[in-house]
Design a protein around this ligand. Sequence first.
Ligand code: NAD
Ligand code: TYD
Length: 332
Amino acid sequence: MKLVVTGGAGFIGSNFIRHVLAAHADDSIVNLDKLTYAGNLKNLADVTDSPRYRFVHGDVCDAKMVRDVLRGADAVVNFAAESHVDRSLVEPDAFLRTDVFGVFTLLEAVRELSIPRLVHISTDEVYGSLATGSARESDPLRPSNPYSASKAGGDLLALAYWQTHRVPVVVTRSSNNFGPFQYPEKVIPLFITNALDDQPLPLYGDGRNVRDWLYVVDNCTALDLVLRKGKDGEVYNIGGGHEVENIVLTRDILRLTGKPETLIRPVKDRPGHDRRYSVDSKKVRQLGWTPKHPFGKALETTVAWFREHEAWWRPLKSGELKAWYRQQYENR
Ligand code: NAD
Ligand code: TYD
């Protein structure tokens, strides 16, 4: 299969490219990525020389560029997005542009070129906060921050293109991912790297918010399955099945890094902070998916990866991210 992956230089996209190249010897991949602060070609250093992989620097909002890259593809998998909730609170423009207009540009190109499949990567955050129970794919979307609202826009637009134009889209809504190559602004890599440096771990609010953690490798196998076996016009939830309060997760990270709980620093809550996300993954499991990495072991592996890859994360933390945090905390 000739695949185009958009946003493949980020966290999940780079793990997905590595997975597909290893699992499918006949597949080739073109990776179209704008290389925002979150895009990093070092994430793909081990596959750069593969004859089955090619990188193209470009923006999913650039209609001409998108058409040129997509021509002749068998499928497109769209990871390209602005992905961090905290940034969407202060700089929402780029979220609307990429997470809505970028999806529109891809849909138009897929339609015009009659590409047989577009897998659009959405998120469980589009369902909004759930006090109890788990969201089914047919549940209404109630996003509550500019990130999740933008993602809901792209998600619904993709489904509308199926309804109106029969553009063959499949949408996935996964829970919070973690693992190697995650940008150290998201809570798990941020807390691991802060702990390794004996820096405080800024825990929002009362620390009792719940996320359902999914190891990125398990997400990649689910996405690969949905790409090949998913049904046009359908949505597939992908949940890790491990719901945990942030304070519990924080203690786990401190235990695994061998650091004291005195590093926990309660800080002012994130505005509009969703209390709990939870998805029902029955549908993707019926397609044949089972997560293979228990949370505890996967978190241990992730901590070990960050310990061993200081050269990857330290420049990120000392550059753009440091300036961004300084600005945020000055504003609080
Ligand atoms: P990320 O921020 O690590 O990577 C995003 C990638 O998209 C980067 O390589 C960036 O350069 C690229 N990009 C951004 N704007 C672009 C544009 N206009 N044109 C082309 N490329 C562009 O994100 P991630 O964590 O890997 O998430 C990937 C996708 O999965 C996103 O759509 C996100 O909403 C979704 N998702 C993420 C999680 C999670 O826990 N990380 C959970 C559910 C869904
Ligand atoms: P995050 O990794 O930003 O993912 P999302 O908000 O998309 O779920 O945050 C995960 C949880 O961790 C969320 O409840 C917010 C919390 N959090 C903190 O307590 N401190 C932090 O510094 C960050 C980044 C997140």
